[in-house]
Design a protein around this ligand. Structure first.
Ligand code: ATP
Length: 318
């Protein structure tokens, strides 16, 4: 019977392909800590030049998580796009699990919008958003759902968008955290990116762990993009400063952040409404969003409040 042999050969082949991306942990030179996310630490490092090393703080005894990690790595190696971070390899032998990517220079969109309070004019807003939609439609084309598309995971490097941190969300992350049995872990600034079908699926297991296997999809990524479009336009998150419970209730009910304070054209707001559609099926695909954004009139500019300078100088973006 040739069938089992074919299966064995395929498995061996995929293991071989994966091992080509295996970086022995000892080969990495680990330098300064850049920051610590929900996942674990990200360090600057050296591996044939400057790299970013994302240490994966996952339970290596848990074979399921280890397999999930390897599965995601097998997807990463297929990514090659100008607006997607360059995957260089991964440390896949426990206890040292890490993802090695190119080191992004510049700042995240989060830093620009929320910390530096930079504001982008309409042309730049259109350019940034278009690049995000291009990177995202590429990832979707490769069968990769980002699951954590947010301004913190988008770098602006030499004026160009770089998407990071995709596909890792469900691996371990919050599920390791034991919470009070009756409370959810909601990291800061996360909720406003979550589509209604995800928000209504948030639950705690009977043992107090939080299940992160939410029903993510290409369409939930589109919802997250809607939030980024709002951040670019408004300079703040939707449901800004509202308590978590209120946000969960509103989104679950299909209520949206009101847009009457936003001084933008109907077409600009229409993009928000499409992306934030309650039903995933009603949300457009990224290619369609890109086309819609590119049809927006340029140069006219949005009316901003006087406290916000309209133009962001090039130097501010480093
Ligand atoms: P969260 O866990 O909520 O997603 P986060 O985005 O800050 O928060 P990480 O993605 O773990 O968490 O990133 C930690 C830090 O490392 C952040 O400051 C992030 O901007 C930075 N970082 C991540 N990837 C890279 C990279 N490829 N190049 C440079 N810095 C990076």
């Amino acid at each position: 019977d040739p069938e089992p042999n074919i299966l064995l050969a395929t498995r061996k082949n995929s293991q071989k392909l994966l091992s080509e991306w295996d970086i022995p942990f000892e080969q990495l030179e680990i330098l300064d800590l850049i920051g610590t996310g929900r996942f674990g630490a990200v360090h600057k490092g050296k591996w044939h030049g400057d790299v970013a090393i994302k240490m994966m703080d996952i339970d290596t005894d848990d074979e399921k998580q280890l397999q999930a990690f390897k599965r995601e790595v097998s997807y990463f190696r297929k990514t090659r796009h100008d607006f997607v971070v360059l995957f260089m390899g991964a440390c896949m032998r426990p206890p040292h699990l890490a993802i090695v990517t190119s080191l992004c220079k510049g700042q995240t969109l989060y830093t620009h919008i929320h910390l530096r309070k930079d504001r982008f004019n309409i042309n730049r807003t259109i350019q940034i958003a278009t690049q995000i939609t291009q990177g995202m439609s590429y990832l979707h084309h490769k069968g990769i759902v980002h699951k954590d598309l947010k301004s913190k995971n988008i770098f602006i490097e030499n004026g160009k968008v770089v998407l990071t941190d995709f596909a890792l969300f469900s691996i371990g992350r919050l599920s390791k955290q034991k919470t009070r049995k009756d409370s959810l872990v909601i990291p800061d600034g996360w909720l406003c990116y979550l589509a209604p079908e995800l928000i209504t699926s948030l639950k705690i297991n009977t043992d107090g762990t939080q299940d992160m296997e939410l029903p993510f999809s290409e369409k939930s990524d589109v919802y997250s993009f809607g939030t980024i479009w709002y951040e670019l336009l408004a300079g703040e998150w939707p449901f800004h400063k509202q308590p978590v419970e209120t946000v969960i209730w509103q989104v679950g009910k299909g209520l949206k952040q009101p847009l009457n304070h936003l001084q933008a054209s109907r077409d600009v707001k229409e993009i928000l409404m499409m992306c934030w559609s309650y039903s995933p099926d009603s949300r457009p695909i990224f290619q369609h969003i890109k086309k819609t954004i590119l049809r927006l009139p340029k140069k006219k500019g949005l009316h901003r409040s006087p406290s916000h300078p309209l133009h962001l100088s090039r130097s501010a973006e480093s």
